[in-house]
Design a protein around this ligand. Structure first.
Ligand SMILES: [Zn+2]
Length: 235
C-alpha cells in the first residue's frame, strides 16, 4: 500500500450564508457510501469542487468528496452534513464520492483508500459486507453506467450495492480493512475477530497473522478480559 493520500479541505460555501448553494447544512448520520463518476473526462477535483460551489437554484449537485487522477482527495462537505448527490433518499443516508475520469491509477487508488478510511472511521465492518453503492443503484435510468463504465444496474436484485461494483475494487477495499492476512471475511469467526482486533482487545502476530486455531493460555485470556473491562469502563 502506498502512502495514504491527504484529504484537502475546501469546504463549499454554506447555504446559510449564501442561499441557493449546494451545502444545505442538514445533519447526516452516515449509513453508507455512494460512488459516482463526474461524467466530465479531464476535469480535476478542484474543477468539480468549484462547480459544486456555484449557485444553481433548483439544480443542486454536490458530494462530500472528489477524487482525481493526481490522487488528490478534496472534502467539499463535512460527513456530518447532507450533500446533494443521489436523490433525496440516498442523500439522507450516504456519503457521496465523485470520481474524476478516467478512474484508473492514482484516482482508483485514492478512491479505494477513501472508501476503506470511511468504513474504518464509521466502524463499519468489512466482514459484515461493505456499505457501498454506485449512483446507478439509486438512479438506474439517468445514471445507467455510473460510476464505472462496466457496471450495470440490474433491476430486481436485492438491496446490496456491492453487487453492482466491480469485484476487484470491492476485494481490494475489503482486504485493506481485514486486520489479518490469514482471516478472510469468509472465515466463520471473521466478524468477531475483526471487531476484537479493531477494539484493541486482541492482537495478531508480528507477521500480520492471527492464527485463529492457536490455543490461548489462562494468562492471555486474563489480559483480554482486563482490556475488555477497561474498555467498558470508558464506554
Ligand atoms: Zn452520480
Amino acid at each position: 500500500m502506498p502512502n495514504a493520500p491527504n484529504i484537502v479541505d475546501l469546504l463549499l460555501t454554506p447555504n446559510s450564508t449564501r442561499p441557493g448553494g449546494n451545502r444545505p447544512g442538514t445533519p447526516l448520520s452516515p449509513q453508507g457510501v455512494t460512488v459516482h463518476r463526474t461524467g466530465d473526462p479531464g476535469a480535476t477535483a478542484r474543477n468539480i469542487r468549484n462547480y459544486f460551489d456555484t449557485i444553481r437554484p433548483g439544480n443542486e449537485s454536490s458530494a462530500h468528496y472528489v477524487v482525481d487522477g493526481t490522487g488528490e482527495i478534496i472534502r467539499c462537505i463535512p460527513e456530518t452534513e447532507v450533500a446533494w448527490h443521489a436523490g433525496p433518499a440516498a442523500n439522507q443516508r450516504d456519503i457521496g464520492i465523485e470520481t474524476c475520469e478516467p478512474l484508473t491509477g492514482a484516482a482508483y487508488e485514492s478512491t479505494v483508500w477513501l472508501v476503506a478510511d470511511i468504513h474504518r472511521r464509521m466502524g463499519w465492518q468489512a466482514s459484515l459486507g461493505l456499505t457501498i453503492r454506485p449512483h446507478s443503484f439509486y438512479s438506474p435510468t439517468d445514471r445507467p453506467e455510473d460510476p464505472f463504465s462496466w457496471i450495470r444496474y440490474q433491476a430486481g436484485q436485492s438491496d446490496s450495492g456491492a453487487l453492482y461494483l466491480p469485484a476487484p475494487f470491492l476485494a481490494t477495499v475489503e482486504a485493506s480493512l481485514m486486520p489479518f492476512k490469514d482471516v478472510p471475511s469468509s472465515h466463520w469467526a471473521a466478524v468477531a475477530i475483526e471487531l476484537v482486533a479493531n477494539k484493541g482487545l486482541m492482537q495478531g502476530y508480528a507477521d500480520g497473522t492471527f492464527r485463529p486455531d492457536n490455543p490461548i493460555s489462562r494468562a492471555e485470556l486474563a489480559v483480554v478480559l482486563q482490556r475488555l473491562l477497561v474498555l467498558l469502563k470508558q464506554a
